[in-house]
Write a protein that binds this ligand. Structure first.
Ligand SMILES: [Zn+2]
Length: 48
């Protein structure tokens, strides 16, 4: 396992692994906040 530090995109939480952060997000944040964070990280680009 790589010594990779994973951080929560919604707060300053730092987990030991991606799964750790994933669990944190699911238990600590609402789905709406998660969706907003995802949209923020990956903005919708309208094709012209
Ligand atoms: Zn968080």
């Amino acid at each position: 396992m790589p010594d990779q530090i994973e951080t929560c995109p919604l707060c300053a939480f730092v987990g030991e692994s991606e799964t750790d952060v994933y669990t944190h997000v699911l238990t600590s944040h609402r789905k709406q906040a998660i969706a907003e964070a995802l949209l923020e990280r990956r903005p919708v680009q309208l094709a012209r």
